[in-house]
Design a protein. Sequence first.
Lengths: 113, 115
Amino acid sequence: GQQLNQSPQSMFIQEGEDVSMNCTSSSIFNTWLWYKQDPGEGPVLLIALYKAGELTSNGRLTAQFGITRKDSFLNISASIPSDVGIYFCAGHSSAGSARQLTFGSGTQLTVLP
Amino acid sequence: NAGVTQTPKFQVLKTGQSMTLQCAQDMNHEYMSWYRQDPGMGLRLIHYSVGAGITDQGEVPNGYNVSRSTTEDFPLRLLSAAPSQTSVYFCASSYAGPGNTGELFFGEGSRLTVL
């Protein structure tokens, strides 16, 4: 089946630093999505990317859909304490019955004051 | 503003017991799914449904049953709980019509411990 490799698994950063995380896939996706999960909550969508090469920003967040359609990255600039959580990438393929999302294993982000 | 509602939030079972995790959504979404979340493994799809009366298996379906009698509800049944089913379970839904982007809306999760 489809697999997503997400890195890094965890990050400890100082408040104010920038953060970068990425996902690579063995398969092509038509959509890349980035979710954030706060402790004790379900994941919430941060950014969605729909076209190869697309670069999208949402406040301090920037994400890109790789040209090969097999990778994506998420950057967070000037981190703040509320950025703490688990970040997941997810790929969506419309091929066959694979309407479901495939998720990466997550990046646990800790922001130190 | 209910969105996706899961119950219970916490449950402890003994090996061999059965139970049902409830999921309801009020967004009229055709697509509903169940994921389990385990440390270091991300979210893995258990079962999904593209509409009332239609269900299919995901990546890790063994030990779980689902049914979809209405658009709103998608319960997940554990027939004989095993310690390997200790996990956090998330129900999610999305619009599945033309132009759907795959964006999932998640419930708050149900934490299950099997002793």
